[in-house]
Design a protein around this ligand. Structure first.
Ligand SMILES: Cc1cc2nc3c(=O)[nH]c(=O)nc-3n(C[C@H](O)[C@H](O)[C@H](O)COP(=O)(O)OP(=O)(O)OC[C@H]3O[C@@H](n4cnc5c(N)ncnc54)[C@H](O)[C@@H]3O)c2cc1C
Length: 360
């Protein structure tokens, strides 16, 4: 029997698997690790450095630029950001994990077994890292996915041109151009990702994307996209550990889900390691993990509320806010608070006791 079965071989699932090296772990995904990127792949450089994944970095960015109706607001960052190669990152994490991989679609959970298109499977511990669908958690607890709060985004990647920005992570909060959501342009060494997202579920986004592309005299190539949550859900469902987008670990307003998926995936994997080692029972492990996630709930709630408010403010208020938040000492304060979600990465990897979470 497997020590752990993880559904989803993307950021969250691979982060869990990397903490369980030496154990018998099965990763299941409907596609091979690194295939079918859904993300724009922008994150803080420190995230990839912490995970020793600098080889996947495509481009480093020293600023974020907000484009509103009335102007452009540059936010030099106290720490650098980066865009990275999804395939390379996932393949590297997968190789390091030493986990087994099964390409199959997970259909649900019944009588202690995980049902897949390749048969039934059992394991001592189950992790749902299947993204917004939360396929395992919602099978164990049919109410799990009810009232899910979702954003929806699409993106295309095209070769870099002179008209488009070549550095910095650029966001558009200009409703004339991108509608009631956000648009972005992320340079990725030789190409740019251009995308738009709606803060109100799956609104039609093709037109806003076309408008943003036309702004740079570009035309879209292949488009990818999906839902991404903006409200933290429960990190456990019955006996299942739930991580990443499956647990709503994507930050409201900014749509940043990669760093949280890696961060909570690491915590989940470390706790599961303790359970497998006999230091914690399974139910103590679930409790410990849930407490860890809860210790960060205020962070997620703040950004969920910020998204709700900002997406309803008149454009002039967005301009005023952008101008104010750009000033010292507000800008570095906000950016440092934003990093604080993962501030325990500044120290040695934590053994994840509740006291440490409370004080970190
Ligand atoms: C257009 C767009 C752009 C984004 N850009 C950024 C960005 O630049 N930076 C950032 O931080 N965040 C970004 N996000 C959010 C980020 O992509 C997600 O938060 C992140 O991917 C969550 O990681 P995850 O591992 O939890 O889930 P996912 O990356 O969604 O992975 C889930 C995995 O589970 C597999 N799976 C799902 N269902 C099943 C099933 N039934 N059986 C088997 N396998 C299954 C999938 O194939 C997938 O591999 C973006 C989101 C979108 C939609």
């Amino acid at each position: 029997m497997y020590d752990a079965l993880i559904v989803g071989a993307s950021f969250a699932g691979l982060a869990v698997a990397n903490q369980l090296r030496g154990r018998r772990v099965l990763l299941i995904d409907s596609k091979p690790p690194g295939e079918d990127q859904t993300s724009a792949c922008g994150t803080m450089l420190a995230t990839l450095e912490y995970w020793n994944l600098s080889g996947a970095v495509l481009q480093v960015h020293d600023r974020i630029v907000l484009h509103t109706r009335r102007g452009d607001f540059s936010y030099p960052s106290p720490y650098p950001w980066c865009t990275f190669d999804y395939k390379r990152l996932c393949e590297t994490l997968f190789e390091r994990s030493g986990a087994e991989f099964l390409q199959a679609r997970v259909l649900g959970y019944e009588n202690g077994k995980v049902l897949t298109t390749r048969g039934e499977l059992a394991a001592k511990h189950l992790v749902d890292a299947s993204g917004w669908r939360a396929v395992l958690a919602s099978s164990v607890q049919p109410s799990f996915n009810e009232n899910r709060a979702m954003n929806f985004g699409i993106e295309t990647a095209v070769p870099l041109t002179q008209e488009a920005p070549t550095e910095g992570l650029h966001f558009w909060y200009d409703r004339r151009l991108v509608g009631p959501g956000v648009g972005w342009v992320f340079p990725r060494r030789g190409e740019i990702g251009v995308g738009v997202a709606s803060y109100r579920g799956a609104l039609p986004l093709q037109e806003p994307l076309d408008r943003l592309m036309e702004h740079f005299r570009l035309s879209p190539d292949t488009i990818h996209g999906t839902y991404f949550p903006h409200t933290l859900r429960s990190p456990v469902a019955g006996p299942v550990f739930v991580v990443g987008d499956a647990a709503g670990m994507c930050v409201g307003l900014t749509g940043e889900g990669i760093r949280p998926a890696l961060f909570f995936g690491e915590a989940c994997g470390q706790i599961l390691g303790k359970v497998l080692h006999g230091e914690l029972s399974h139910s103590e492990g679930l409790e410990r993990y849930a407490a860890f996630v809860e210790s960060r709930r205020r962070f997620f709630d703040f950004f969920s509320s910020a998204q709700f408010v900002l997406s309803r403010l008149p454009p002039v208020c967005i301009d005023i806010l952008a101008a104010i938040t750009r000033r010292e000492p507000i800008r570095p304060w906000i950016m440092n608070r934003y990093w604080s979600l993962t501030n325990s990465w500044n120290e040695a990897p934590s053994p994840l006791s509740e006291e440490e979470f409370a004080t970190s």
